[in-house]
Ligand binder design. Sequence first.
Ligand code: FES
Length: 118
Amino acid sequence: MPKHTITFLPANVTVDVDPARYPYGSHGRPGSVLDIALTHGVSIEHACGGVGVCATCHIIVESGMENLSEPTDDELDRVDYAPNATPRSRLACLAVVRGDVTVRIPHWNRNIPAGGAP
Ligand code: FES
């Protein structure tokens, strides 16, 4: 199976992922942006644990929207609760990566520990 590249902004961290290895972790849908991020040390807030009910994992897709799973009506309804949602907003826990994508994590969702990013 082909490998994909996902880039997280603004940290500009790029990782290669292999769909044959989904799920990487235990948060979010297997192969979701959240699953990949947490496994690769990229912090995204996920207050509900990755089950699509809190909208704290809101991300903005900078490129590759067509390479993410289609959002459900429930996801789109939930995204409306995210601060500063845009037409390119998704929930990281539900958006499954199926090709190359670049996503931006809003500063309020980065969950950076006191003292700064590692
Ligand atoms: S982690 Fe709660 S909606 Fe994604």
